[in-house]
Design a binder for this molecule. Sequence first.
Ligand SMILES: CC(C)(COP(=O)(O)OP(=O)(O)OC[C@H]1O[C@@H](n2cnc3c(N)ncnc32)[C@H](O)[C@@H]1OP(=O)(O)O)[C@@H](O)C(=O)NCCC(=O)NCCS
Length: 196
Amino acid sequence: MSLEETTAGYPRTITLSSGTSIELRMITGADRNAILEFARSLPEEDLLFLRVDLTEPQNVDEWIRRIESGQSAAIAAYEGERLVGYAKLHRETARWTRRLGELRVNVSPHLRGKGLGRILTSHIFDIGQAMGLRKLTAHMIADQHGAQAAFRRLGFVPEALLADYVEDGNGKPRDLVIMSHDIDGLTEFVGTPLRA
Ligand SMILES: CC(C)(COP(=O)(O)OP(=O)(O)OC[C@H]1O[C@@H](n2cnc3c(N)ncnc32)[C@H](O)[C@@H]1OP(=O)(O)O)[C@@H](O)C(=O)NCCC(=O)NCCS
């Protein structure tokens, strides 16, 4: 399916196993304030590990600019009018890495462990496939053990550990873990496949 056909399937409503109704929408400039509000509601611990500080309006504007230019694509999850999570794919443009996408998933703490991360990831995989991507990577701080466990369950495998590679929100050097998942599901994994 083409990217246009795939994204035309949104917005759409899904129901979590808890019964919570969630609307999935492709992110556009209209979501700017909801993203800011979401980031500002995150606990200190999460803000420390955000790759880009989305509590700053100019960073959200740059984030949206990349989506509007086609370099990134993102799906937002709304509970009513409140943004409660997103999955974002950033496409590399260099020739070597043009089939690679970097995935970020972020779910509001009150909804974690209820299947929303899995749903968002599954939907962004379809977008990645429509973008012609072959492999997705997820970058996280080595101390984010819960996130690594969740990504393993989603079928991602650890690829690399880079010592003191990144700096957290407090300026402290941190080890970076890179995990990956082949879009076509060729990677061996230990968790439940995204499309069981
Ligand atoms: C990582 C994150 C996106 C997962 O989202 P979520 O909605 O809680 O995930 P789900 O409920 O869909 O769970 C997906 C799978 O991971 C497992 N899982 C989720 N959190 C886990 C944890 N802390 N420890 C172990 N396993 C976990 C679930 O059991 C599930 O596996 P299963 O379906 O095979 O039972 C969420 O915890 C988050 O937003 N964390 C902060 C941001 C972050 O670190 N993002 C990662 C970097 S991109």
